[in-house]
Design a binder for this molecule. Structure first.
Ligand code: GRG
Length: 277
């Protein structure tokens, strides 16, 4: 998909994803304050990359972009939002701002933020379980999502990240952390589209490969942006030993090395899609 057609695609499907999220969350029979806390973070300005990726895979495989597909996509955004709320908590990253707005715990307090995250995590599976697709497809989606979000995926990556703060990670170790923390949900986005369209195994594997590289590129780019903005604030280049967070791509590879790695990873992601053409 070219940049222009991606923008057009996103502009068309984003409001549909939004409507699906608002519709489901607003009908929950929960205390108003809990719903408010859950919806605060869902509506705090996320880019919706993961649900859009689910839909883009379905489009690529000529599947139906119907209500069921939108619900599968929306359920993934609920998981992503829960992970951000918990990631920002004082016991984890202790962030006051997310997307330029006060973090969930800053507005609602820590207890409610934990519970809003728990609520979004469980609601994601409830929504996915209600999707009108063949039962076998739904079970497979539930299974893949639990794997991606749980202790063999994103939760594992988060633990690797926390443990890694105590030591200097190698490049391979850093990649393992990010494969879980960032990559697992992006791989699932590709799997979900493939499962809905009942794509053959080689196609599914090519898309998973794309998801893995997409996740990696996403993280390298995020690390580069962080480093560049730090250097802008300091008004000078940061060298390897001064890097505040060494467990980053620029921290391990230097800024130039990180740019090279980014280009290689984007090329690998594009290469994974060649077999689909
Ligand atoms: C708490 C189990 C648990 C996991 C947290 C996602 C995550 C794991 C932590 C977020 C911290 C972080 C900076 C991860 C790197 C990946 C990244 C840039 C995530 C933000 O994703 P975007 O850019 O967010 O899609 P928006 O704001 O657009 O939704």
């Amino acid at each position: 998909m070219s940049k222009e057609s991606w923008n057009e695609f996103a502009a068309y499907y984003l409001p549909k994803v939004e409507a699906c999220l608002q519709d489901y969350l607003s009908k929950l029979a929960a205390y108003p304050r809990l719903k408010e806390a859950m919806m605060y973070s869902v509506n705090a300005g996320g880019k919706r990359i993961r649900p859009l990726l689910v839909l883009a895979v379905i489009k690529t495989l000529n599947g139906q972009l119907n209500q069921a597909s939108l619900q599968v996509a929306a359920s993934l955004e609920l998981i992503h939002t829960y992970s951000l709320i918990h990631d920002d908590l004082p016991e984890m990253d202790n962030d006051d701002l997310r997307r330029g707005k006060p973090t969930n715990h800053k507005v609602f307090g820590q207890a409610l933020a934990v519970l809003a995250g728990d609520g979004l995590l469980t609601t994601a599976f409830e929504l996915l379980g209600q999707v009108k697709l063949p039962a076998e497809t739904v079970v497979q989606l539930l299974n893949y999502l639990a794997y991606a979000a749980g202790p063999q995926g994103m939760v594992n990556g988060q633990v690797g990240d926390i443990e890694g703060e105590k030591t200097a990670l190698s490049l391979a170790e850093l990649e393992q952390v990010h494969a879980g923390k960032t990559g697992a949900l992006l791989v699932y986005a590709c799997q979900a589209g493939s499962v809905i369209c009942q794509a053959k195994q080689p196609i599914q594997m090519a898309l998973e490969n794309y998801g893995r590289n997409f996740g990696l590129a996403f993280q390298i780019y995020d690390d580069i942006l962080d480093r560049v903005s730090t250097e802008e604030q300091l008004g000078k280049a940061v060298n390897k030993d001064q890097a505040e967070h060494k467990n980053t791509y620029p921290g391990i590879l230097g800024l130039d090395g990180a740019y090279t790695k980014l280009a290689q990873t984007i090329a690998a992601a594009n290469q994974a899609l060649v077999s689909l053409k």
